[in-house]
Design a protein. Sequence first.
Length: 165
Amino acid sequence: MIPRKLTPGEISGAVEKIRKRYDTYVNKYFKPKTLKEAFEERYIRALRAGVDISSFLLAEISAIEELIDREEKKVAMEPAKPDPEKQQSIADRVLEENRKRIIKYPDIQFNKDASEETRRLLGALTVLLKDRWQQIGDALQDTMYSMNSSEMLSLDSQLHYHRQG
C-alpha cells in the first residue's frame, strides 16, 4: 500500500506528533535525549535528499510507537515492587549479607566488650590456624615466603599469641 501524500499542514502535525512521542519516550522511560536528536537529524537529511516525506514520517511514527510498545511490555512484565516500608535499606541488606558470611566462623568469647564481628574474626583466625596453617606452609615451602621467612614467622607468632591471649 502506497501512502497518500501529506499536505504541508499534515506534515507539520506528523512531525510534531513524532517529537512529542519521543519526548514521552525519553522522559517516561529514562532514555537518552540523543534518540530524539537522531530523529531530527534523519528528518533534515530526508528533506535535503528529497525523500518522500509521507513515507519517511509514516516509518518514523511506526518506529517510535514500536519503541514505546516494547517499553510498555517490559513494564507490564516487571514484578510488582514491594512496599517501600517493608523493603530493607541498602545498608540493612549489606549488613545482613555480611552477617551471613561471618556466621560460619566460631563465636569465640574473649572479652565482654568485643563485638560479634571481632569475636568471629578471632574464630576465623582460629580456623585458619587449626585447619589451614599447615597447608599454607606446605604450599609456600620452596618460596621466599616459606615458614622460615621473617614474614611467615611473624604471622605464625601473632596467630599463636592471639589464640592464647
